[in-house]
Design a protein around this ligand. Structure first.
Ligand code: SF4
Length: 358
């Protein structure tokens, strides 16, 4: 058994000092970190508990509107917060679709952002090949079960948000080609909350040895590239202090659709976060983000552009949904996600247009 030093930080300064020491890990609710430690995937020598730092557990309004959510706010508290239910129902829906009530009561929003993939090869150290756990060792998933794995972004050249003309992708809606993509990691980000935050253009405030900075949600998580061991763009010693949400025009028309193997408690095969700003039947603005399909929450920017300024008719919606999978790189075990994404987007957009309920 490894000895672990536990330190309860009284304030941010002491948390940062402790976090600067080698082998430190920040702990909030511990609902992911403790699992990783039990499995020997994470081996910190020091845990810095930040849940007792005053102010980090608060939700507050920002000048000019918007919302600041402290890093240690519990998932259940945020999902049920009146301002979130009223102004950001997409976020409330996504949070309530994640994990179990017990886990939501314990888990913090900062921890949710930092949540690691649920690729079972990553968690089971019996498998020697895992580039995320042991860089350079290979990827067991690519010769194994890929049902829960990525269809986008494993090869950074195939960015679905790149202009179609420059993408080197398989045809939309096709099954996996005979030549499988070569990637260092095809794991997905498992969070529901993160998908909603991507759609809502959240920003992440962090603090560290070099002071404070703000990271756009779209830049917070990373594609695997050649460094799959890194999930996000936090620098060493940095920790999350809050999530900021801009003023939203999407409170009336939002929907989070989570498609999973088991309704009670499971990670998403595919999830779709949709937020619309409607002027009658015309889409004034649109946000679409996907979960369960990439190493980071996957914004469907081209599909959003195709919807904006037009009435929401069935053909336009089908075409927008088809545009999303143009750069999909499925494996035989997850090729079903290509159609699932298209159908999920169509359904979620329709439901958002009908009206949000949190
Ligand atoms: Fe490891 Fe990523 Fe491959 Fe899973 S998909 S085995 S996390 S390298």
């Amino acid at each position: 058994m490894d000895a672990i030093d536990y330190q309860r930080a009284a304030d941010l300064s002491s948390a940062l000092r402790a976090n600067a020491q080698s082998g430190s890990a920040v702990i909030g609710g511990g609902t992911n970190l403790l699992d990783l430690m039990k499995g020997g995937v994470a081996r910190p020598v020091r845990l810095i508990d930040i849940t007792h730092i005053a102010g980090l557990d608060q939700v507050s309004t920002l000048p000019g509107g918007g919302l600041r959510i402290g890093a240690t706010v519990r998932n259940s508290d945020l999902a049920n917060h009146p301002l979130v239910r009223d102004r950001y129902p997409l976020l409330s829906q996504a949070l309530l679709s994640g994990a179990s009530a017990q886990l939501r009561n314990m888990a913090t929003v900062g921890g949710n952002l930092m949540q690691r993939t649920r690729c079972h090869y990553f968690y089971d150290s019996v498998y020697a090949e895992c580039n995320k756990r042991r860089p350079g060792s290979g990827c067991a998933a690519q010769q194994g079960f890929t049902r829960m794995h990525a269809i986008f972004g494993a090869d950074a050249r195939l960015d679905a948000n790149a202009p179609v003309a420059t993408a080197q992708a398989p045809l939309a809606g096709t099954q996996a080609s005979g030549t499988l993509p070569v990637s260092q990691c095809i794991a997905v980000n498992p969070s529901d909350m993160n998908v909603a935050l991507a759609a809502l253009d959240a920003t992440i405030r962090v603090t560290g040895p070099r002071g404070e900075r703000v990271i756009a949600m779209s830049d917070f998580h990373r594609l695997p590239g050649t460094t799959p061991e890194r999930d996000n763009n936090l620098d060493p010693g940095e920790l999350i202090t809050s999530i900021d949400l801009p003023v939203s025009a999407f409170s009336a028309h939002a929907h989070y659709l989570k498609i999973r193997d088991r309704a009670s408690y499971a990670f998403a095969l595919v999830s779709v976060a949709v937020a619309l700003d409607m002027n009658g039947t015309t889409v004034r603005d649109a946000r679409i983000a996907l979960g369960g399909v990439a190493h980071k929450p996957w914004r469907a920017l081209e599909a959003e552009r195709m919807l904006v300024g037009h009435p929401l008719d069935p053909l336009a919606l089908e075409q927008a949904a088809a545009s999303i999978v143009r750069t999909a790189q499925p494996y035989p075990g997850n090729a079903f996600k290509v159609k699932l994404v298209q159908r999920g987007v169509v359904r979620a957009v329709r439901q958002a247009a009908e009206g949000a309920s949190a």
